[in-house]
Design a protein around this ligand. Structure first.
Ligand SMILES: [Zn+2]
Length: 165
């Protein structure tokens, strides 16, 4: 049973659920495999899905479904090559690794690294918060397109201002 994970437990956070350390976790610990449904659809997207490359996404099951985003995370996902029993390549396994020593009771977080077109505002409260849930390398692109959108939006307003005669 996946709920028997010794490291993590699901708890409540302000906006839903989160994942917490069940005990002190040393840096580098493999907290387990993210299991779930593998979906082969390049268009597939959801709030929780993990990109496995090519057209594959993983829709995670509990408990790792509840890993929230933080711009300064204490965990990260990594991919392990996997194979079927006959040796042919299978979708990669996704594991969660502790990036730092994590004290019991702390919330576990990862950096979602979303692409700019899926980004939403971030409220993680970290000192290094980027302001958006977005991959660090996509941030300049996001800010540029936001600035363009803001410019566009403000144009009609300027035009509609009555001209003094
Ligand atoms: Zn943030």
């Amino acid at each position: 049973m996946s709920t028997a994970n010794p490291w993590v437990l699901v708890g409540k956070v302000t906006f839903g659920k989160g994942l917490f350390a069940k005990q002190d976790i040393p840096q580098g610990t493999d907290l387990g495999q993210v299991t779930g449904k593998v979906i082969d659809d390049p268009e597939y997207t959801s709030n929780y899905c993990i990109d496995l490359g090519d057209s594959l996404s993983l829709e995670p099951r509990t408990p790792f479904r509840y890993l929230n985003h933080r711009c300064e995370p204490n965990c990260s996902l990594y991919l392990l090559d996997a194979a079927y029993e006959d040796g042919s390549p299978a979708p990669s396994e996704v594991h969660v690794e502790a990036l730092t020593d994590i004290p019991e009771g702390a919330e576990l977080t990862i950096d979602y690294q979303w692409s700019a077109d899926g980004a939403i505002e971030c409220l993680c409260g970290s000192n290094k918060c980027r302001g958006w849930i977005v991959a660090i390398e996509e941030l300049p692109q996001l800010l540029k397109s936001r600035a363009r959108a803001a410019k566009k939006a403000s144009k009609p307003k300027a035009k509609s201002a009555p001209k003094p005669r």
